[in-house]
Design a protein around this ligand. Structure first.
Ligand SMILES: Cc1ncc(COP(=O)(O)O)c(C=O)c1O
Length: 383
């Protein structure tokens, strides 16, 4: 086997956030990084840079930018130019920059959502227009309502739609028609579109459509960080075709947002240059994990009553679990129930949803099996 996704990575003694914030007794399945080693190509590039010994400020170099141009063409059939790329130390900085650069008072954000995205409008003194994302049992898909979106965008004090696609926490990916409809509505009501696409290279069955492919004025935020497990290196980028919009966006960096790290740039380059075979193998493993976890959870019962509702997400390594039945049967909050089972998921409340948890399945299959065992053993006390 060329890539090993079943190796145990020591993340306790290296001060990883995931393993060192909550009690060591709990199996950590919360923060969104993976328990897999980064690909060899990335490790080798970093070793080379460290051996060379220069860790000073680093300017993005032409071959690095070209690796993104080629990646966008190969993966998304999106023809971009190198000078459209604005380098950033993180996507969170990027969407907060969009909030301050296009501030008219209100920002549309999906909810439930990645917590820093929910918080972003307030940080620039704005009000959030919460675009509700709900589960449709017929389509088995979490989605928002375009009528509600249009109502929000048509408000003259709305300056920005902060889109998350693929969505976090539900993993929904938008279709080409949906993206085009969003672009058309943003144009119609003169609202800036900023699309956080950090999870886009982790798509399973569907094809991801970058917002910038059909909208020259869109701010498209991307990174190699989630896909190649290099989030700790602080490196991402925005792709913005329109010169004026790009200038407004990059102006927001002044005095607040630093350059990406030299190691982050090196890692990103090697990932986009040589990481594709590893990414393909990773997707295969994540799909096995997703199917195993979702199918097991959906079968679990208390007194013959189903306790979890979850679904096969389109992208990434996050499983969003409806625990309403569990809570009413056990009279415990979902997060407390999982903790007493010995597992630390992310708390849905932080994403704007009561009675939900999010489990990160970016880990070896044996960890998923371990989690399923813990849940089953805990369930014995209720059956
Ligand atoms: C949707 C989304 N955006 C941004 C981030 C974090 O990006 P960064 O670490 O580059 O700031 C995450 C991390 O989980 C995320 O899920």
């Amino acid at each position: 086997m060329p890539f090993d996704f079943n190796k145990k990575l020591d993340r306790i003694n290296n001060h990883s956030m995931k393993y060192n914030v909550f009690s060591k007794e709990l199996l950590p399945m919360w923060v969104a990084d993976m328990d897999f080693e980064s690909p060899d190509c990335v490790k080798q590039a970093l070793i080379q840079r460290l051996q060379q010994g220069d860790l000073g400020y680093t300017k993005a170099w032409p071959e690095l930018n070209e690796s993104i141009v080629s990646w966008c063409k190969a993966r998304y059939d999106w023809e971009i130019q190198a000078h459209w790329i604005a380098w950033l130390p993180g996507i969170v900085s990027g969407f907060n920059m969009a909030c301050s650069g296009f501030n008219k008072g209100k920002v549309v954000v999906q909810t439930p959502n990645y917590p820093p995205m929910l918080q972003a409008p307030k940080l620039s003194g704005q009000v959030s227009s919460e675009l509700f994302v709900t589960f449709n049992a017929n389509t088995q898909r979490w989605m928002f309502d375009f009528n509600q979106l249009e109502t929000f965008l048509s408000d003259e004090t709305c300056g920005l739609f902060l889109l998350c696609n693929p969505m976090n926490p539900h993993g929904t990916m938008l279709s080409e028609n949906e993206i085009k409809k969003i672009i058309q509505l943003c144009k119609q009501y003169n609202v800036q579109l900023c699309s956080d696409e950090i999870h886009c290279d982790l798509a399973f069955e569907k094809q991801h459509i970058p917002a910038g492919k059909f909208d020259p004025t869109a701010i498209t935020l991307m990174a190699a960080s989630k896909t190649f497990n290099i989030a700790g290196l602080g490196c991402s980028f925005a792709i913005i075709q329109d010169t004026k919009i790009r200038k407004i966006f990059t102006n927001q960096m002044k005095g607040l947002v630093s350059w990406p790290s030299s190691l982050g740039l090196e890692a990103t380059f090697s990932a986009f240059q040589d990481g594709e075979p590893w990414r393909i193998a990773l997707i295969k493993q994540l799909k096995v994990n997703r199917d195993l976890l979702v199918n097991s959870l959906n079968k679990m019962t208390i007194n013959n009553k189903v306790i979890f509702k979850t679904h096969l997400n389109d992208a990434s390594f996050l499983c969003w679990i409806d625990c309403n039945h569990l809570e009413s049967l056990t009279k415990q909050t979902a997060i407390e129930w999982f903790k007493t089972a010995g597992i630390m998921p992310s708390n849905g409340v932080d994403f704007g949803a009561q009675s939900f948890v999010r489990i990160n399945y970016g880990c070896p299959e044996f960890t998923i099996l371990n989690a399923i065992d813990k849940i089953k053993i805990h369930l014995l006390k209720f059956n």
